[in-house]
Design a protein around this ligand. Structure first.
Ligand code: SF4
Length: 359
């Protein structure tokens, strides 16, 4: 593909103009569009708004499992048979201890996540108190993921100091009935609108690889743009035994990176987070996700583990990016010290297998 295609992508995105559906489709599937110039184009936009900074997020599963909903991708769904540890809302002291650890690990944002359809008014008050305490003790941005909420609940949480509400769209409206039957896409949109009407910033993203078509991913990217969400987690579906969606087609690292680039072009000023599944799907090309994305999770995801924090720090620094933290960054350098392994010499049975085995 000619250089002009890539330079037009950059200028269209920087001018905050919308890329056509046919161009989006090409980005995702045309072999004429090469990955490296595409990543370079996405990087130019990322650098304009976020320089070389990377925000790190740490999740706290404040309540796990026993969900009455049937999201087909989720191990916490009532329909999932996966053997997970379930528990009701953690005590205040547990949540505070984990907030302190997140702060000391260099997290920019601390994400409190609860399973369930949505909180009762009593639970909203409890969460509001908890958020107020965390915000008073630690200079962390706090994000809450709590299912469906209405406007009064959103106002209570905003007044308590909540910075952001997370509620993913996950997939397009037309694909939604294929991933969940107990609530609708519209329910999710209503929650985002309630949060915005209370003045809360919104974090809302997508799960790639749940049997959708490219056009579904394009539609979600454009919906998130029209909602002007501040933060977009791009998750790559992790097929876990026991969920209803475990048999899905695999994705290549090339495709996953194209999706991240697409989300950057359509949402140039949004924080794009490479979220669940980065290790599993991007494999050796994981570091390249930093060119379109400017944030990532450390210490794993909801119910799946991730790469060691020290290795993530090392990857970020090796590629010339810097960690944006709320704490003193010099205090964090020890996290990046991955133990260096000595160089081992090959032994004879590796160099000359026949001689090695005869000796
Ligand atoms: S995604 Fe949330 S609402 Fe859906 S089953 Fe899992 S915990 Fe419940």
């Amino acid at each position: 593909m000619k250089r002009k295609f890539y330079s037009e992508l950059v200028s269209t995105s920087l001018d905050n103009e919308l890329i056509s559906d046919s161009c989006c489709e090409k980005i995702l599937s045309s072999t004429e569009i090469e990955l490296l110039p595409l990543l370079d184009s996405a990087y130019q936009i990322r650098k304009t708004y976020f320089q070389n900074k990377v925000q790190l997020h740490i999740l706290n599963n404040a309540q796990n499992g026993n969900c009455p909903e049937d999201c087909f991708y989720c191990v916490q769904a009532k329909t999932a048979t996966t053997d997970i540890d379930t528990y009701s809302l953690k005590s205040e002291s547990e949540v505070l201890a984990e907030a302190e650890r997140a702060y000391q690990s260099g997290a920019y944002r601390y994400c409190i996540v609860m399973s369930g359809r949505g909180p009762s008014p009593k639970r909203v008050d409890q969460l509001a108190n908890l958020i107020q305490t965390v915000k008073t003790k630690y200079p962390l941005e706090v994000c809450l993921s709590v299912g469906l909420i209405d406007e009064p609940a959103a106002h209570t949480l905003k007044d308590a100091g909540l910075d952001r509400l997370n509620h993913n769209l996950n997939t397009s409206e037309s694909h939604y009935p294929k991933i969940c039957t107990t609530h609708t896409y519209q329910d999710r949109m209503d929650t985002l609108r309630a949060a915005q009407s209370a003045g809360l910033a919104c974090c809302s993203g997508v799960i790639v690889g749940m049997g959708e078509q490219n056009e579904d991913l394009i539609r979600v990217a454009k919906e998130l743009r029209s909602l002007e969400v501040e933060s977009i987690p791009v998750n790559f579906f992790l097929p876990i035994d026991g969920t209803q969606l475990k048999d899905t087609p695999s994705m290549t690292p090339d495709y996953c990176l194209r999706v991240l680039c697409l989300y950057r072009f359509i949402n140039p000023r949004a924080e794009i987070r490479v979220a669940a599944g980065r290790e599993h799907h991007l494999r050796g090309m994981e570091v390249m996700s930093l060119y379109p994305a400017n944030s990532m999770f450390v210490e794993g995801y909801l119910n799946a583990t991730g790469k060691e924090t020290s290795r993530t720090f090392q990857m970020i620094q090796d590629a010339g990016f810097t960690i944006e933290a709320n704490g003193d960054i010099s205090e964090l350098s020890h996290h990046a010290k991955v133990e260096k392994e000595g160089v081992l010499l090959k032994e004879l049975e590796v160099l000359r297998p026949r001689m090695g085995s005869n000796s």
